[in-house]
Design a protein around this ligand. Structure first.
Ligand SMILES: [Zn+2]
Length: 106
């Protein structure tokens, strides 16, 4: 029963994130601005929570993943941390029509 609930939660989360991406890229400027104000802080909070949980310690190891069995030989930092870092870096560097410089409002 709990497996079904969790998979449903996971599905809902992914659908929510997909909808955010769709609205951000296809919506008009007003929709995109409203979306950024209401949803971006939540997405940032989620990424921060994940990064905090998987932040490498002074030896470069993830304290969360390290506690799991067979994880001692995993490369460090852990894949969750690297994956999030990579996704953010690639997204920030990728050229695209949505990567415009913010015009000065002055
Ligand atoms: Zn980790």
């Amino acid at each position: 029963m709990s497996v079904t609930v969790f998979s449903q939660l996971d599905k809902s989360l992914h659908e929510h994130l997909d909808a955010l991406v769709r609205l951000a890229s296809d919506g008009d400027d007003g929709t995109a601005a409203a979306l950024a104000r209401s949803e971006l802080p939540r997405v940032v909070a989620a990424v921060k929570a994940l990064l905090d949980e998987h932040a490498p310690d002074e030896h470069g190891r993830c304290p969360t993943c390290r506690t799991r069995r067979f994880s001692r030989r995993l490369p460090a930092p852990c894949r969750a941390y690297l994956g999030a870092q990579l996704a953010m870096t690639v997204a920030a560097e990728a050229p695209g029509r949505h990567h415009r410089h913010v015009r000065s409002a002055v």
